[in-house]
Design a protein around this ligand. Structure first.
Ligand code: IPE
Ligand code: IPE
Ligand code: MG
Length: 256
């Protein structure tokens, strides 16, 4: 798919086509209530359901959720196993609903690190929903932006070994098809809940021209109203992609 924001100016619409979210703040949500952090993760699953529905209703085509980063293995073993259990449970319980809603599920990341049972459930859920196209729901699990660029580089060289002898021929168009989300347009809107203003090794290549929205709201408290507020903010942005405001107003910019 040729939808690179650096190779061509993308079309902008009032509703973001692709929304990417760092679902952060589960632990703090729970700690504030004197609950174990894991209670926050369980509550976070409900927010996923609300946000998938809200995005589907509002005409979003692609929704990418950061569920587990390549650095999250550094957490206490108990918390990591609970997160894995919740992932398994969600796949077991939610796929029927996704199917009914016309949602196609994708999982991106280095899945080889997961238990065989989880890998199998992921493969089944992806296969089962493969014919749907109302909303593409992409879950990033054991995902890291640097991992993605490195695996894409390896895949590109495996597919075109002659590039190793001609590095000057390596360009965006050669690399981009091997990135793990090459099938989707780049995100228009990035949302991070929980108050931190950082990317935490999420889609570092794909976020080159994405509008970045940060909110203090913890993920378990996020839902339709908060999506509406983020979308309203998004509508107020002027997406220039390197051009000037005057060019945009005149509609004369190349690729406008
Ligand atoms: C996000 O919430 C969920 C995952 C990283 C899996 P956190 O668990 O990071 O919550 P905080 O940031 O500690 O509050
Ligand atoms: C990012 O959140 C990863 C996910 C939401 C899955 P973290 O809470 O792990 O990020 P840092 O470590 O605070 O940057
Ligand atoms: Mg966090």
């Amino acid at each position: 798919m040729t939808s690179s924001s650096t190779l061509a100016v993308p079309e902008t619409r009032p509703v973001p086509r692709h929304v990417a979210i760092i679902m952060d703040g589960n632990g703090r949500w729970a700690t504030r209530r004197h609950l174990p952090r894991t209670a926050g993760h369980a509550k976070g699953v409900q927010a996923v359901r609300r946000v998938v529905e809200a995005c589907g209703r509002r005409g979003v085509e692609y929704l990418t959720l950061f569920a587990f980063s390549s650095e999250n293995w550094r957490r206490p073993v108990d918390e990591v196993s609970l997160l894995m259990r919740l992932f398994v449970q969600a796949l077991e319980r939610e796929v029927d609903k996704l199917q009914e809603q016309g949602v196609r599920l994708h999982v991106v990341g280095d899945l080889s690190a997961f238990e065989p049972r989880l890998q199998e459930l992921i493969a089944q859920a992806q296969a089962r929903t493969a014919a749907n196209d109302r909303l593409h729901l992409c879950v990033a699990a054991n995902y890291g932006g640097r991992w993605d660029i490195l695996q894409a580089t390896r895949a590109m060289l495996a597919a075109r070994p002659e590039l190793a002898a001609h590095p000057e021929r390596i360009d965006e168009a050669a690399l981009a098809p091997h990135l793990s989300m090459a099938w989707a347009p780049e995100p228009d809107l990035f949302i991070r809940t929980g108050g931190e203003q950082r990317i935490s090794n999420f889609l570092i290549w794909q976020l080159a021209y994405t509008e970045l929205y940060f909110t203090d709201r913890y993920w378990p408290d996020f839902g339709d109203e908060e999506i509406a507020a983020a979308f309203e903010w998004y509508r107020s942005r002027e997406r220039r992609f390197g051009r000037t405001s005057a060019q945009l107003a005149a509609g004369t910019a190349a690729g406008a």
